[in-house]
Write a protein that binds this ligand. Sequence first.
Ligand SMILES: [Ca+2]
Ligand SMILES: [Ca+2]
Length: 249
Amino acid sequence: MLTPGTPPHFNQPTNSLTPSHSFSPLLLALGLFACAPAKSGTGDSGGTDGGDGTDGTDGTDGTDGTDGTDGTDGTDGTDGTDGTDGTDGSGDCSEDLPETNTGEAFINEYVASNASGLQDASGAYPDWIELYNPSGSELSLAGWAISDDFCEPRKFPFPTDLSIPAGGFIILMADNDIDSTGGGEIHVPFKLSADGEDLLLMAPGDSVADRLTFGVMANDTAAARIPDGSDTWDFVTHGTPGETNGTGR
Ligand SMILES: [Ca+2]
Ligand SMILES: [Ca+2]
């Protein structure tokens, strides 16, 4: 607390400037300090500029960044499309055929394993099929076909000039050798399996003249309708190719 009329007293540090001048309480309150009064005369010349500072040293390299986090798993793939339906088995193709046979002609006799029976013009022993025409007139086979596969009913379309005599027979060589034409023989593009298979005689259009499915066949044994064209089958050694069944060998 200052007392009016009393010079202010300050506790000065021992190394402070000598108070050879007076202090103004106002200036002190403003934090200003006036030192020696300015003198008259020429001014000192300025000092020379300092030299440029040396460049700072480069900073040290930064430390390597931490490894990134693993990516998230991919989303699951979409489900595959359904497969297409398989084709029908060969056995199911019979359902696509007409239910009844026309009976215009018959698969009358056949051999599926021929070792010493009928010989063809080349001297071979082919499997064979006998067709029978039960009518009293010649039957043209133009537009007809034969097959051992219900799924391929027209595997072998007959030559258009082929016919079966009235009440007669023709023989087909089932040796899968249609290029063999010696002796005027008819060869078809399939053999008969001794383990059994199907036979199909197609009339013109989608008509089925005759059909059958047989099982295991013994060597040199014919399966024959006896009498011709009947529904009764029997087995005959070597059979009667081109002749009425139930007679001959
Ligand atoms: Ca055979
Ligand atoms: Ca016969």
